[in-house]
Design a protein around this ligand. Structure first.
Ligand code: HMG
Ligand code: MG
Length: 300
């Protein structure tokens, strides 16, 4: 358990994409700069998707351009198709993420196509990214349940993950989009997927809707998974996953890992400051338990 864990901070994308309060590009850039100050190395900063689908992510080109000068950091953006790829490439993206679903219902709602069609769409994106020297991460949504189709079989997750891996994704992130998983299910899923794709190339992207995310991550760590997606303050969710709350909070993950003797390189004080800054803009308190506890302590 004492080896390194890589955190992928998804707050500026997954966190803000579902917020009703509009957040300007300038404020998103300031949030990302604060996350950088907190020591986060890998940050998902936006998406090149339809502005009708996700208006919150408009001007992601501006955001990426503004932060891309940090040479020692890695910035990711979401790309659903070739149009998105054009935008991401023009804005200087070095890492993009394509996203598929393990369930048909969510695929249709989220990206308006079947799972097979989404993979077809990714083929030219992957080819062009390879030729342009752009790294591609993959996402599989609804790995532990779907808001439309209900139960999702591990075999469906394995099949889609394997497809993204075979297409050339360097890492595939397994999304419990609606946060319904429990530790034994998360463990079984990781075991099943790791039989086809190396565990070191899998990431855990667990939303905390039912309060199970930290427990699920712990189970995954015991299985050998070492990449965790999290969002500062526990922000956000997905507009196509009704009721789904944010990703597991980065503060809560960092607190757990550091408590287990796993160094994260993250400065908790700076991280809570970043969270407080964006929470103030959104007009709500952070849902992160650690951020809330530290804020309460600071007030006393
Ligand atoms: P569509 O309507 O089927 O696409 O949407 P289309 O090709 O027919 O185009 C329709 C319009 O969208 C056209 O514009 C296109 O130009 C435009 P119009 O002629 O009507 O003015 N368009 C675009 N504009 C900007 N960027 C693009 C783009 N593509 C087409 N890339 C589409 C299909 C995929 C575009 C749409 O459904 C979409 O953008 N969906 C994105 C949904 C999304 O971002 N969801 C949230 C992220 S996924 C997530 O949160 C899960 C994750 O966190 C993991 C987890 O938790 O499980 C990753
Ligand atoms: Mg997500």
């Amino acid at each position: 358990m004492s080896d390194q864990v890589r955190i992928v901070e998804v707050g500026p994308r997954d966190g803000l994409q579902n917020e009703k309060t509009p957040v300007t590009a300038e404020a998103r850039i300031a949030f990302i700069e604060n996350l950088i100050k907190a020591g986060l190395h890998t940050i998902e900063v936006g998406s090149f998707v339809s502005p009708k689908a996700i208006p919150q992510m408009v001007n992601s080109d501006q955001v990426l351009r503004a932060v891309n000068h940090h040479p020692d950091r890695e910035f990711h953006v979401l790309v659903p198709n070739e149009k998105g790829y054009d935008g991401a490439k023009t804005a200087g993206a070095k890492v993009i993420a394509v996203f598929a679903s393990a369930s048909e219902g969510f695929s249709k709602a989220n990206i308006n196509c079947t799972v097979a069609e989404s993979i077809e769409r990714f083929v030219p994106v992957m080819e062009r990214a390879k030729a342009d020297g752009i790294k591609v991460r993959g996402y599989v949504s609804c790995v532990l349940g779907c808001p439309y189709d209900g139960e999702v079989k591990p075999s469906a997750v394995v099949a889609v993950t394997k497809k993204l891996w075979d297409l050339g994704c360097y890492e595939v992130s397994l999304g419990d989009t609606i946060g319904v998983g429990t530790p034994s299910k998360a463990r079984q899923l990781l075991r099943a997927v790791a039989a086809e794709v190396p565990m070191q190339n899998l990431a855990m992207h667990f939303h905390d809707t039912y309060g199970q995310a930290l427990a699920n991550l712990y189970a995954g760590l015991e299985e050998g998974a070492r990449v965790i997606d999290s969002a500062a303050g526990g922000l956000g969710g997905c507009p196509y996953a009704p009721g789904a709350t944010g990703n597991v909070a980065t503060e809560d993950v960092v607190y757990m890992l550091e408590g287990m003797g796993i160094a994260t390189g993250v400065d908790m004080k700076q991280l809570v400051a970043a969270t407080n800054g964006i929470a103030k803009l959104l007009g709500k308190s952070p849902v992160s338990r650690v951020a809330s506890a530290l804020n309460a302590k600071a007030r006393n």
